[in-house]
Design a protein around this ligand. Structure first.
Ligand code: FDA
Length: 402
């Protein structure tokens, strides 16, 4: 005999635990199912172990989706301040790090414990670790077959996240269930991910691994379906295989394969103008001039990569050549070969097409009782606490509706 519940939530991550707690505290009989042996690994490793649990400035403009209006309702009904109130209720110390990003003072474990306590307050039933075999929509409700027994539930919430970091349990379960019930999927791809470069044009930069600096980065000529423009001012990091750091993670979500990204390595300076005006007074070699503003190794690497001798004297350079050098620093357009993929991606772009879901409740329009929340849905936030805010907000929206 299948065990009966009002609500079955599959996926006990950020969105699933939030949804289960909210529904259970409304008096619903809720079962929370996860295949992992260890609870909420993604929360545990997030924010370098301190969980950047929200961003006080989070709003719809910080999210990517084929349908940018979809997230507005849930985000406005459960705000960063609402989550902060929960954090304060549980006496978890926190601090703001950078541009509204809120982190735990001590450990991400505190957020996991908080969500567990909220679930306990509503008497949520746990099934974990538990493998889900199949899901069927029957006349008596959703029949979920698992290796710990069948479950029958009036409402089924899918909160199994995206494909990022398969080694800690990410699966395509959410997409498979959506497809089984005839819902469209926006093709998933890695987001917030380091970009890689290979070939001869990158050889001069490969030895610059470890160099970091604040830059502006933008998408280049993004053409084609789904091309979106992004622009960020953040830190850039050179790695052995390419570029990383917050600037690159942010732009990676907007980047389309085959198109360039454009870097401004000295965003507060018109390099060509300063060099041309300085020709009469600056007696130094080019390498020394540039290393006043850029790390020495980067200054030299850029000169070599663009066909300049680092020890050439600034005073001897033609204006046209200095303009070319200025462009190479202020408007460096490069085409990434690829990305580090789901192995390193913090999120998965795409997912269940939001046009299939109610923006109020997250319920599938054509399958009453079936809900999708969190990263499984085609709503992806910027780096900086936005993705958790979406997990909380969409979890609450479904938790209040089931
Ligand atoms: P989440 O991935 O949290 O949970 C999904 C759950 O479903 C998991 O417990 C999984 O085991 C389970 N599951 C999957 N397949 C299943 C199946 N077939 N059967 C049963 N269970 C299944 N965001 C942010 O805002 N601030 C931050 O600091 C960070 N930091 C960060 C660091 C790293 C390294 C990563 C990879 C990601 C982040 N993120 C982040 C992103 C954030 O972690 C992510 O967006 C949310 O965890 C998404 O919440 P969900 O609940 O949707 O999925």
């Amino acid at each position: 005999m299948a065990k009966q519940f009002d609500v079955a939530v599959i996926g006990a991550g950020a969105a699933g635990m939030m949804c289960a707690a909210v529904a259970a505290q409304r008096g619903k009989r809720v079962v929370l199912i996860d295949h992992a042996a260890k609870l909420a690994e993604k929360i545990r490793i997030s924010g370098g172990g301190r969980c950047n649990f929200t961003n006080i400035n989070a709003g719809p403009a910080n999210f990517l989706s084929e349908n940018p209006h979809f997230c507005k309702s849930a985000l406005s009904r459960y705000t960063p301040q609402d989550f902060l109130a929960l954090v304060k209720k549980h006496r978890i110390g926190y601090h703001e790090k950078h541009r509204g990003q809120l982190f735990c003072d001590d450990s991400a474990e505190q957020i996991i414990q908080m969500l567990k306590d909220e679930c306990a307050e509503g008497l949520v039933t746990w099934r974990m670790p538990c493998q889900v075999g199949s899901v069927e929509n029957t006349s008596e409700g959703f029949l979920v077959a698992t290796d710990t027994g069948d479950i029958l539930a009036d409402s089924l919430v899918i909160a199994t996240g995206g494909l990022s970091i398969p080694k800690i349990g990410a699966t395509d379960f959410g997409y498979r269930i959506a497809t089984q019930f005839g819902l469209n999927i926006i093709e998933p791809r890695p987001g917030l991910v380091p970009l890689t470069f290979d070939g001869p044009s990158w050889e001069a930069f490969a030895p610059l691994s470890g160099i970091a600096l604040e830059v502006e980065v933008a998408t280049g000529s993004g053409k084609g379906k789904g091309a979106k423009r992004g622009h960020f001012r953040e830190d850039l990091l050179f790695t052995h295989r390419g570029l990383s750091g917050p600037a690159i993670l942010q732009i990676s979500s907007y980047w389309q394969p085959g198109t360039p990204i454009v870097l401004n390595l000295l965003p507060d300076m018109d390099v060509a103008q300063v060099l041309i005006e300085g020709k009469g007074t600056i007696k130094k070699q080019l390498g020394n001039v540039l290393s006043q503003w850029l790390p020495v190794r980067l200054a030299e690497g850029l000169l070599v990569a663009n066909g300049f001798e680092p020890d050439a004297r600034l005073a001897d350079m033609q204006d046209a050549k200095l303009r070319k050098l200025g462009d190479a620093i202020n408007r460096w357009a490069i085409v990434p070969t690829g990305s580090e993929g789901y192995r390193k991606a913090e999120v998965t772009l795409g997912g269940v097409d939001t046009r299939e879901l109610s923006q109020q409740s997250m319920m599938a329009n054509k399958v009453p009782g079936l809900y999708f929340i969190g990263e499984a849905v085609d709503v992806t936030g910027w780096l900086g606490g936005y993705n958790f805010q979406w997990a909380w907000a969409s979890g609450v929206a479904a938790g209040q509706a089931v």
